[in-house]
Design a protein around this ligand. Sequence first.
Ligand code: PLP
Length: 421
Amino acid sequence: MKQQTQALHAGYDKDSQSTMAVPIYQTTAYEFRDSKHAADLFALKELGNIYTRLNNPTTDVFEKRFAALEGGEAALATSSGMSAIFYAIANCAEAGDNIVCASQLYGGTLTQTAHTLKRFGIEARFFNVHNPEEVHKLVDEKTKVIFFETLTNPSIDVADISAITKIADGYNIITVVDNTVATPVLCRPLERGADVVVHSASKYTTGQGLAIGGILVERKGLLQKIKANPRYAHFNEPDHSYHGLVYVDVPLPLFTLRARLSLLRDLGAVVSPFNSWLFIQGIEHLSLRMREHSKNAQMLAEFLEAHPKVKKVNYPGLKSNANYENAMKYFDGGACSGLLSFELESFDAAVKVVDATKLYSLVVNIGDSKSIITHPASTTHQQLSPAELDACGVPAGLIRISCGLEDISDLIEDMKQALDA
Ligand code: PLP
């Protein structure tokens, strides 16, 4: 099945009422037929619904559909992108271990990996996404994950996915890749050698800024990398919290199984059935939207590049951009999603433009149908000094745009009046 057909049909066998729309199973729990049925479900002798913290029929469709879009084997939905990232890492690493991450990360992921995981005894080591060779110097026998974003937020870099996954394979280390900004429509990291993909579903999945959620997807055949691999002993040894289950011996996708039975069960960052339903609605037209977002962003980037007040435009679809080659290699049809940024002379010039635009909403989010404008130096990065801002690639005059689906001539006209004001 082609991806757009999967987006409409994957994972849903019409229920007893033959409803065209996937029903919302708004329930906490499920009745067992009898004690044997209950015992068989708990023992995994039979698969089925127990309690919505573990599984839910609406969420099951969302998971199966998203796994199909990514070309993966199975998925696990969570209550946010941050919890999906945490579960993917915590499924591999524990106190005393380390993970190797690209430095160019979403701010929340940076704080989770560098600070919060540290408090749990997991050390994060960082490499420049433009120089994957640095990974060799960082890994050791305690390295459990190599983590990076395909299209980075907010720095808008494109990772050389195959180069990084090849290095990880050389050490038999699991790669976890955040594909939020590119989405599976534009980029499929599992086909490029990644092991696990994570997403913030809060962005392009509904495309309307309707709900917070996350998802992780495991690739087909991940068992071969994990089985008898000393880095991942907990998949190979009995899980005493689940009556001695050995994950590599269960004929089910083991990464999501363990994340569900252990992490979701015990930590409980579960997505609500209603949010899963919203994500299912959004997925139906995700591919149509991503192509339009990309087209609009490309045209806005070209307009900005030609404007005399703009010092620099960061958009991988521009030939002048350092990421152009990777974008053409990894993004379907060279479409580069809706995220771009541009630099003005100063902090004050940026604030003036942000306040003068009328169509762009001043919001710290991305991936909405409505265009969004953000000035990192006065919001998300305001605690940093000018020197620190420059060092992390966020100069004081930088403006980030999440280009929406408005008519591009209106978006350009509004930006032009704001720049010329
Ligand atoms: N990953 C990326 C690339 C993001 O941009 C974000 C949020 O902006 C997240 C993860 C975190 O997702 P959530 O806000 O759903 O927890």
